[in-house]
Design a protein around this ligand. Structure first.
Ligand code: HEC
Length: 102
C-alpha cells in the first residue's frame, strides 16, 4: 500500500511537470510538444494566439526577441525558462526561424 501511494505521488509529480521532452530532441521535435497546442502545427496561430511563421510579425523580429519570448514569456505567452534548457530554447527558436524562411 505504501508503494502504491509512492507510485501515485510520482505519477502526479510527473503529470505536473508537463509533457516530457526526450533527451537529444531536435527543435523540430520540441515544437509540436511545447508550442503547437497554441501556435498550431504549421505556426499559423490558433484563435487569438498569433501566428509566428513566415510573413508573421514575429518573422520581422530579431532572434533575441524570440529567445526572450520563449524564456521569459510575453503577455499571455507562458515562459519556458523553467521547463526547457537554454539549449532546447535555442533549438526550437532555430526551428521557428527556419520555418519563417530565414
Ligand atoms: C499556452 C499557449 C502558448 C504556448 C504553449 C506557446 N505560446 Fe507563444 N504565444 C502565445 C500567445 C498568447 C502569444 C501572444 C502574446 C502577446 O499577447 O503578445 C505568444 C507569442 C509568441 C511569440 C511572439 C509573437 C509576436 O508576434 O510578438 C513567439 C515568438 C512565440 N510565442 C513563440 C513560441 C514558441 C517557440 C513556443 C514553444 C516553445 C510557444 N510560443 C508556446 C501563447 C503560447
Amino acid at each position: 500500500m505504501r508503494r502504491l501511494t509512492a507510485l501515485l505521488g510520482l505519477a502526479i509529480f510527473l503529470a505536473a511537470c508537463g509533457p516530457e521532452i526526450p533527451e537529444g530532441a531536435t527543435g523540430e521535435e520540441i515544437y509540436p510538444i511545447t508550442c503547437a497546442r497554441c501556435h498550431g502545427g504549421d505556426l499559423s496561430g490558433i484563435g487569438t494566439t498569433p501566428g509566428i511563421g513566415a510573413g508573421s510579425p514575429a518573422s520581422d523580429e530579431p532572434r533575441q526577441y524570440l529567445v526572450d519570448t520563449v524564456t521569459n514569456g510575453r503577455s499571455r505567452m507562458p515562459s519556458f525558462g523553467g521547463t526547457l534548457t537554454p539549449e532546447q530554447i535555442d533549438l526550437v527558436v532555430d526551428y521557428v526561424m527556419e520555418q519563417q524562411g530565414r
